[in-house]
Design a protein around this ligand. Structure first.
Ligand code: SAM
Length: 262
């Protein structure tokens, strides 16, 4: 795949030559739209969505970008339709400018990986977004100031034993841990079991922040310690941030020190 890029009348125009040597004006933007509020979307994300002919996404997420997609062709699918959604986006991108949207960052439990695995000769641009752990961190205080990791508790594509092993290794290595997909009706005990694993390595006053709908409508913030943690407040729209051995709560904010001498 090779191509040329033109800018005409303030609009990006891409001319690509596919493997047969034919000209194609199609393009697929894989867009991380951030946590939900338009003010937290990157300028590039907003620009490519506005320039797209077609928007592809999970029905619920289309609502987050509603003001930007009026009059465009919309292809929305339900929650488990990831492969169909990506196949459709790739097919449409052969001759149209298409954006497939993910919340947060498209490369963190989003659509970027699947698109690159399934692509043939389509022209792809991946546009980063503010991921849920960063959004949650900003409203909790500064919990991610030192080495940190993301672990998804979803076992749809990862065996639960491996998830628990990752939690154990991250806890032992003193990482701050952000738990994505922390609790659903189908696996109500995983979160509690993972918190029990962390308890083996952290003191009882280690902060835990739970943020539901970070930086979008319906935001809720709960601050606990390992000892006071209540998993009932957590659902699939929440992220759980567990501090490291140095984290503390100051004036209602979750702080992890970087290590400066003050
Ligand atoms: C499939 S993952 C998608 C992650 C997304 N690509 C990102 O980078 O934020 C879905 C999980 O992300 C977390 N999440 C996404 N947006 C969130 C938000 N605004 N507030 C809290 N958690 C969020 C939740 O844990 C949710 O179950």
């Amino acid at each position: 795949m090779y191509g040329i890029f033109l800018r005409i009348c303030e609009k990006d125009l891409f001319l690509f030559f596919n493997w047969k040597g034919w000209i194609s004006m199609g393009k697929l933007n894989v867009v991380g739209i951030g946590p939900g509020g338009l003010e937290h979307m990157t300028l590039r994300a907003k620009q490519v969505i506005e320039e797209s002919d077609v928007i592809v996404g999970y029905t619920k997420y289309m609502a987050f970008v509603k003001p930007l997609i009026q009059g465009k062709e919309l292809v929305s699918t339900g929650m488990r339709g990831e492969k169909e959604r990506c196949a459709k986006a790739l097919e449409l991108a052969k001759d149209k400018v298409v954006s497939i949207i993910s919340t947060g960052d498209a490369g963190i439990y989003g659509m970027a990986g699947l698109i690159l695995e399934m692509k043939k000769d389509e022209n792809i641009e991946i546009i980063p977004g503010v991921t849920a752990s960063s959004s949650a961190a900003s409203v909790l205080g500064s919990p991610l100031m030192h080495d940190n990791c993301n672990i998804s508790l979803s076992d749809l594509m990862t065996p639960y034993d491996l998830i628990k092993k990752r939690v154990e290794c991250a806890a032992e290595a003193d990482f701050i841990i952000s738990l994505y997909n922390p609790r659903s009706n189908g696996r109500p005990y995983y979160l509690k079991e993972c918190i029990d694993i962390v308890k083996k390595y952290r003191k009882s006053n280690t902060p835990i922040g739970v943020v539901k709908n970070a930086l979008r409508e319906g935001q809720e913030i709960n601050l606990f310690t390992l000892d006071t943690f209540l998993d009932e407040v957590v659902d699939m729209f929440s992220i759980v941030v567990i501090g490291n051995s140095q984290s503390f709560i100051k004036d209602g904010k979750f702080v992890t020190p970087r290590g400066y001498n003050i």
